[in-house]
Design a protein around this ligand. Structure first.
Ligand code: DAK
Length: 262
């Protein structure tokens, strides 16, 4: 297992822990290990949901600027696929994911958070896409996922200016889903766990289908999205969970089913 990216498991929730002090700068080693961790938790049947966590002080301050500074166009052209691969791998984890953001989530760090389904942030967290201040643009999905999440005008303003956004502003524009007030060091992580807890023991294949329908649907026109939904919906009638869920409703009323995830 990598030193800078660890996978920890507890009670049906896997945590991908970034650990490259002081700022969790995403160098090539972190990027490769993060992609590998996403593949690992994605296929782990015992992990119902996934937290991405940078520790009690920082989420990630972006790609490693010192590593990138002297790269040539040819080197970056080759390397940029890897950079996009880790956020794609994260976005494609077929189960609910949440970014637990304690401090800075900047540049590639913000893009990692954007590739999760949900974002939970400390009151002191700061998010942003400051790449423009380095003479570049976001390159790990920021121009696309930020615009889809907060709308094109807000995304452009944030990307054009490179300014940092407070947790309160992030909540107001939909960039984060929850702000944690507690000063306790593990409060954000605990809130992220609480957000994912309802999915442990849930209908894993239906959750997977729901995520895929929303995410793939956003990439296509409405008719194609509806077709994606229709096929995924019909496919769930081949699962034990659909049988168990509907039989339980008929016999015991709503919300009492036990799911096997198959
Ligand atoms: N990379 C490397 N080192 C970093 C870093 C980073 N992103 N951020 C911070 N550090 C280092 C600092 O250099 C400093 O190192 P020492 O001087 O101690 O050796 C140490 O971490 C502590 O930082 P500060 O002394 O600056 O601490 P402060 O508390 O004063 O400030 C800060 C913290 C996070 C606000 C500040 O360090 C900062 O502004 N950092 C840079 C943030 C940033 O610009 N992030 C965006 C990076 S660019 C692509 C895909 C993705 C990307 C690019 C291409 N393709 C697919 C093509 C992504 C690009 C980026 O993310």
């Amino acid at each position: 297992m990598s030193e800078v990216v660890r996978v920890e498991r507890d009670g049906g929730i896997a945590t991908i822990r970034l650990d490259r002090p002081p700022m969790n700068a995403l160098n090539a080693e972190v990027q490769g290990a993060l992609a590998a961790a996403c593949a690992e938790v994605g296929s782990d049947r015992d992990a119902a949901a996934v937290i991405v966590y940078g520790g009690e002080k920082v989420f990630a301050a972006g790609a490693d600027i010192k590593e990138m500074a002297t790269m040539s166009y040819a080197e970056m052209a080759e390397h940029s696929t890897l950079l996009q691969d880790f956020t794609r791998a994260l976005a494609r984890i077929p189960k609910p994911t949440v970014a637990a953001i304690t401090g800075y989530a900047l540049g590639g760090g913000c893009e990692v958070a954007l590739a999760c389904d949900f974002r939970v942030a400390a009151r002191k967290a700061r998010l942003g896409q400051p790449e423009i201040l380095l003479g570049i643009i976001p390159g790990a999905g920021g121009t696309q996922r930020l615009a889809r999440l907060v709308g094109p005008a807000r995304a452009k303003e944030l990307i054009f200016s490179g300014r940092f956004v407070s947790a309160d502003e992030a909540l107001a524009i939909g960039l984060v889903d929850e702000v944690v007030d507690s000063e306790e060091p593990d409060a954000v992580y605990a809130a992220a766990r609480a957000r994912l807890q309802p999915y442990v023991g849930g209908p894993a294949l239906a959750l997977r289908a729901a995520k895929e329908a929303v995410d793939r649907g956003l990439e296509v026109d409405l008719e194609s999205g509806l077709e994606i939904e229709r096929m995924l919906f019909a496919g769930l009638f081949a699962t034990d969970d659909q049988k168990a869920g509907m039989q339980s409703f008929v016999e015991n009323g709503p919300g009492k089913a036990t799911f096997s995830g198959s």
